[in-house]
Design a protein around this ligand. Sequence first.
Ligand code: ZN
Ligand code: ZN
Length: 329
Amino acid sequence: MNAMILEEPKEPLVLKTVSLPVPLPQQVLIKVIACGVCRTDLHIIDGELTQPKLPLIPGHEIVGIIVKIGNNVTALKQDDLVGVPWLGYTCGTCKYCLSERENLCDNAGFTGYTIDGGYAEYTVANEKYCFPLPSLYGNASGAPLLCAGLIGYRSYSMINKNAVNIGIYGFGAAAHILIQVANYQHKKIFAFTKDGDNEAQQFALRLGAVWAGDSSEVPPEKPDAAIIFAPVGSLVPKALTDIGKGGIVVCGGIHMSDIPSFPYKILWEEKSVRSVANLTRKDGEEFLKIASKVPVRAEIKTYQLHQANEALNDLRNGNIQGAAVLIMS
Ligand SMILES: [Zn+2]
Ligand SMILES: [Zn+2]
């Protein structure tokens, strides 16, 4: 099969022909239909996440069809449409797994990072970490739901349920999916983009944001909570300043530049800051249920598998509205 392979961090991916993976007893072999390109892939390829398996097939927003099942697979069968997310394995025995926090598992495996992912014509995945997908999402537009959608939803679920005004900092793949869920639940979204990024601001307004502006601007109303998707640490004190009393700032990314020091008074009045790491399978089930109810429609820019480096560069340079997705021919 053809695959795009990371041989060394900070080097472009290389198109190679490699042997078809053979599913282990708990695994399924999946013919990949599409695989999303996530900012986390950039952090891996650029060497900011330092523990990838090498060589590595990146990609953790996989939509595909099962073509073969391992001997011990019970829940899935051939021809099932599935999505494979970032969380690819958990041990089930550590204190985190035993307290319904498998996203923090000490022995977790991550698709497209410590396990080969979906920048390939085929991949294998553990059946327990595959989500059955509604047919609506059996194409390239389903791919961004598997990470951008899921992590966005997990970030959103950390916010107090009474919050109505929600600030979103960084309006890319995750935000454009999340806003559709938030609007469906009658929330008001304030979208903050890189200063002067009119295109992203228009995009946010078109998707129903009540306000869109530069990250340095003061919003017309105080958000009750904030979610930061941009990997920019200075947004943390900015968001803390913007939000109202008792609000939370949720950092949704896996990597961020350093957070500058800030005066205690902007954290005062019971504000808090937290990060979101990975996902649980429960998050995935909940999100996919609500996504098909809304229904969430991801806006995508598609690339062929061999154009993965181009897609990554477009993402790095902010040239993508919505999400980038590789499609397998
Ligand atoms: Zn565990
Ligand atoms: Zn991701």
